[in-house]
Design a protein around this ligand. Structure first.
Ligand SMILES: Nc1ncnc2c1ncn2[C@@H]1O[C@H](COP(=O)(O)OP(=O)(O)OP(=O)(O)O)[C@@H](O)[C@H]1O
Length: 257
């Protein structure tokens, strides 16, 4: 059975997509079979793997709203060991459409459970919101990886997201764990970073690991490449940081636990 992980932070522009695309590519290139699910209507994870969301026959909207079999929505990317279930512009409206649907919080969970045995890891890229798409994601996964950008408002954002995770744990997914924090565009704000990481660790005692991804120009230009950094600049500092994160991730998953 594969492990299912949400890349989650309700704040926008903190590095969710960059983390998802690059971490999953590094893990896949280490021989693990990975599926990435892009549940963010912006679709940047889908385009991050070079796929135009408009070209998809079926996408995650069809799975959640039209009850299309999730297996029909899986596409192979051009990258080794990575499959994708892509986004759709229609997902923006799905937040409202879900309200009237029975099992509105667990549509994604049911779908993902039917493909778990095909993968080592399934990563879900959440939208920057606390609506039903995010609730579906948090209900469907085993754990959460939280990219954080250490800027002035980060602490308030972190306490909001901890609150959301605790509420989902209480009512929908009691086994949900916080797996790690990724300081995703680290630019040397050490004191603030320590406070942010402590804030997360105080809620989830002792289990959370921290990774630092430096602010890096080659990562900043990622959207224009339409591919993970290991395919356009394998040896850059940005790629190195994601290799390290992937190694730590697999080590903690498979060697220690
Ligand atoms: N380590 C980094 N160094 C420099 N730029 C980065 C880094 N990580 C991400 N970026 C850039 O920051 C911007 C926001 O990153 P990203 O799209 O991954 O965030 P996000 O949380 O997924 O955004 P959204 O909430 O809109 O989905 C992008 O332009 C991305 O290229």
């Amino acid at each position: 059975m594969g492990k299912v992980i949400a890349i989650f932070n309700q704040k926008g522009g903190v590095g969710k997509t960059t983390t998802n695309v690059n971490l999953s590519a590094c893990i896949a290139s280490k021989g693990k079979k990975v599926c990435v699910i892009d549940i963010d209507p912006q679709g940047n994870t889908t385009s991050g793997f070079g796929i135009d969301k408009a070209s998809l026959e079926y996408n995650i909207y069809d799975v959640m709203i039209e009850d299309t079999d999730i297996k029909e929505a899986i596409v192979k990317t051009e990258f080794e060991n990575i499959d994708l279930i892509g986004s759709s512009n229609a997902l923006a409206g799905a937040e409202i459409e879900l309200v009237a649907i029975k099992d509105r919080e667990t549509k994604l969970k049911k779908a993902i459970n039917s493909i778990r045995n095909q993968y080592d890891y399934i990563f879900v890229d959440c939208p920057p919101s606390l609506g039903l798409l995010t609730i579906n994601s948090l209900s469907a996964v085993d754990s959460v990886l939280i990219p954080i950008q250490c800027e002035y408002y980060a602490l308030e954002g972190v306490s909001q997201l901890m609150n959301t995770i605790q509420l989902v744990k209480k009512s929908l997914n009691p086994d949900l764990e916080v797996q790690g924090v990724v300081l995703s565009m680290f630019d040397g704000r050490t004191n603030l970073s320590i406070q942010v990481v402590d804030e997360v660790k105080n809620h989830f005692k002792g289990k959370v690991y921290t990774t630092i991804i430096p602010r890096n120009v080659r990562l900043a230009e990622a959207p224009s490449h339409g591919q993970p950094i290991i395919y356009y600049d394998r040896k850059s500092k940005g790629a190195e940081a994601y290799w390290d994160l992937a190694e730590e991730f697999i080590y903690l998953e498979e060697d220690v636990i």
